[in-house]
Design a protein around this ligand. Structure first.
Ligand code: DON
Length: 321
């Protein structure tokens, strides 16, 4: 199919309309290197099954994955060990608590972390990455991600250092995990690989492409390569719907309805599956979405980005529900 200039114009207009919603949030102050970013930035990129990219707003800046990496590490680890192995160690239940809360852990004393997207579950999954050291684990993940996006990726050393020095809560969580025998490696090593995965840089274009691959159940419709199984992609999408936007996942499902994963850097990755009975013509065959808007709300999701996705999903009937 040919590129559709109307989509491009529409996205540019919606970026302008939604930019002002950044005032509803602030940059992530608890990681100083993220705190100093310009909060007014807003950009989006959408890609369709034919490889047409539609990018509008502030799309040339790379940013760190933060929690978006949790979905990707979950997929990488599931590919290596199989889904059953991973789901024996981390559950798929939302918590309704903040992403870095210790409360569910302490109150319920579960026999495994509730899900791979809260920090407790994500640190557990990062520690499972294959390799004898955090460096080898990181290399495994990087290679997996580079195959997905089709180019070399880098770590943002400033963001890594900034989080490493201020990661008191995650360190506490990792000690809980160690005490509960959920971690086979040392706390500092688990934190190192977790913070490294959070500090990998990508663009909205990269996120859009990975979102498209997830939407297509692990298959890249542009290169015709299969990266992971449909079984893994389906569980990833379930997690994105139920836990991807943390304790506003319910609201996001109701008003946007796109499987998505956010990060405190202000990124959101969305996976829009094909929709036979869509009421509109745009992206009927699905899409991948990458959004960047560094001012985040109290739940940790891009404030302007979420509002913009709400509008896009409504106008183009992208909700899966
Ligand atoms: O562990 C943290 O706090 C960050 N590295 C990642 C948190 C995050 O992105 C939550 N997102 N919405």
């Amino acid at each position: 199919m040919k590129e559709n200039p109307h989509i491009q114009e529409q996205l540019e207009a919606w970026v302008k309309e939604n930019k002002g919603h950044a005032v509803l949030g602030t940059t992530a102050q608890y990681i100083p290197a993220l705190g100093k970013v310009d909060p007014s930035l807003l950009g989006i990129c959408m890609v369709d099954e034919d490889g047409h990219y539609y990018c509008a707003g502030d799309t040339d800046k790379e940013f760190t994955l933060q929690s978006i990496s949790k979905a990707l590490t979950f997929i990488a680890v599931s590919c290596h060990y199989g889904l059953d192995f991973v789901l024996e160690r981390v559950d798929v239940e939302p918590t309704g608590e903040a992403f870095n809360s210790i409360i569910p852990f302490e109150i319920h004393r579960p026999n495994k972390p509730f899900n791979p997207f809260i920090n407790a579950g994500a640190i557990t999954i990062s520690a499972l990455l294959p390799g004898p050291t955090s460096q080898k684990k990181y290399e495994f993940l990087l290679e997996f991600l580079e195959k997905l996006v089709g180019h070399a990726l880098e770590l943002d050393k400033e963001v890594y250092d900034s989080e490493w020095k201020t990661s008191h809560r995650n360190r506490a969580l990792a000690y809980y995990l160690k005490e509960a025998k959920f971690l086979d490696i040392e706390v500092e090593e688990a934190l190192d690989i977790y913070i490294r995965q959070c500090s990998i840089k990508m663009s909205v274009k990269d996120l859009a492409l990975i979102g498209l691959i997830i939407a297509y159940d692990g298959f890249n419709p542009i290169t015709k390569e299969t990266h992971f199984s449909a079984e893994i992609a389906q569980v990833a999408k379930v997690l994105m719907v139920t836990c991807g936007m943390y304790n506003s996942s319910g609201n996001f499902a109701a008003h946007v309805g796109i499987p998505a994963k956010s990060g405190v850097s202000g990124g959101i990755m969305g996976a829009v599956p094909p929709k036979l009975h869509s009421q509109t013509y745009e992206f009927k065959a699905g899409a991948g979405i990458g959004v960047y808007g560094p001012a985040i709300d109290v739940q940790g999701n891009s404030a302007a980005g979420t509002m913009m996705l709400r509008q896009i999903s409504k106008e183009w009937d992208l909700s899966i529900f």
